[in-house]
Write a protein that binds this ligand. Structure first.
Ligand code: TPP
Ligand code: MG
Length: 330
């Protein structure tokens, strides 16, 4: 039997199975959204596929009762862990009135659910970084012990917002965790044309914080570094930069054709490290996941995805007048 790595991290068999199920749920919701898009039922998809391990591994290392998350558009694994439901994600995809993210106003991927401390974001990439730093600053001023967790792509790590936010957090030793999901592309621009340094985590030293690069296909590795970063933050030792190396398994969005800038063989090669598959394999090797259990999980996930799809498809749109709300004083 393979070495049991999750017990060494203090994770029970039950918890790692929950991690696996959350990753699988994110994947299956995403796959369904592509089908709905291609059949003309929903306007847009922007995928989490290939990044679920980084997202779920990280979110499980946080405190879901008090921490704040500022996800970016691919973070279905983060928001599912923080209590958003498949139904809510589907309501957003169909842009229905009941969507808690924005009542159908924003594009899908603009996740927000106030009571769960999932902070909504703007469409310009990386604006969530200074928002997270501000929330961490407020927490420090009010002597609360929550952590702000923010994610962004490696392309976004070149925006001024990242550098300004990281610098401010470093100077003031704020309880914030910066996690870059390095999926090797910013739309059509490959990583070699994005960064002059080797790793995104190399930038940490410039802002006085530790920087780590980890295998983003391994949820346990990501859990370990994010847990350490959260503990540091709560001890008042300041921010951490984490780079989770993954691969974007789909085109950038439903409006992109990735065959124009990357070789399909490269994508096929990356699929061999697909985290859903490799984590499932690990769980089998350590005797936590059986064929029977795997089927039970898949059946439960598909039932949830089917119910969410049906519910959201039938749900009403907002009244047209509703578009005027929250813009002008009432
Ligand atoms: C400020 C800004 N510039 C450009 C865009 C258009 N845009 C949307 S996503 C994206 C690529 C971002 O790449 P990366 O940060 O690596 O994230 P990924 O999509 O690869 O996860 C760009 C350029 C934007 N939304 N905001
Ligand atoms: Mg990217």
């Amino acid at each position: 039997m393979a070495e049991n790595r999750h017990h060494a991290l203090g994770l029970s068999d039950e918890t790692v199975l929950q991690m696996y199920e959350t990753m699988l749920l994110a994947r299956k919701i995403d796959e369904r959204m592509w089908l709905l898009n291609r059949s003309g039922k929903i306007p847009f998809v922007i995928s989490c596929q290939g990044q679920e391990a980084a997202q779920v591994g990280a979110a499980f290392a946080l405190d879901r009762t008090k921490d704040y998350v500022l996800p970016y558009y691919r973070d279905m694994g983060v928001v599912l862990t923080f209590g958003m439901t498949a139904r809510e994600l589907m309501l957003s995809a169909f842009a229905k009135a009941e969507d808690p993210n924005s009542g159908g106003r924003q594009m899908p991927g603009h996740f927000g659910k106030k009571k769960n401390r999932i902070v909504t974001g703007s469409s310009p990439v990386t604006t969530q970084v200074p928002h997270a730093v501000g929330i961490a600053f407020a927490g420090k001023m009010e002597k609360k012990d929550f952590v702000a967790f923010v994610t962004f792509g490696e392309g976004s790590s070149n925006q001024g917002d990242f550098h300004e936010g990281a610098n401010f957090a470093g100077v003031h030793k704020l309880p914030v965790i910066f996690m870059c999901e390095n999926n090797k592309y910013a739309i059509s621009v490959p990583i070699q044309k994005q960064l002059a340094c080797e790793k995104v985590s190399d930038r940490a030293i410039g802002y006085g914080m530790p920087g780590y690069t980890v295998d983003g296909n391994d949820p346990l590795e990501v859990y370990r570094v994010v847990k350490e970063a959260a503990d540091r933050a709560r001890r008042g030792e300041g921010p951490t930069l984490i780079e989770a190396v993954c691969y974007r398994l789909t085109p950038h969005s439903s409006d992109d054709d990735d065959r124009t800038y990357r070789n399909p063989e490269e994508v096929e090669e990356a699929k061999k490290k697909d985290p859903i598959h490799t984590f499932g394999l690990y769980l089998k090797e350590v005797g936590v996941l059986t064929e029977e259990k795997e089927k039970e999980i898949l059946d439960r996930v598909m039932k949830e995805v089917n119910e969410a799809t049906d519910y959201a498809e039938k749900a009403p749109y907002a009244e047209p007048e509703h578009a005027l709300r929250y813009v002008y004083a009432e």
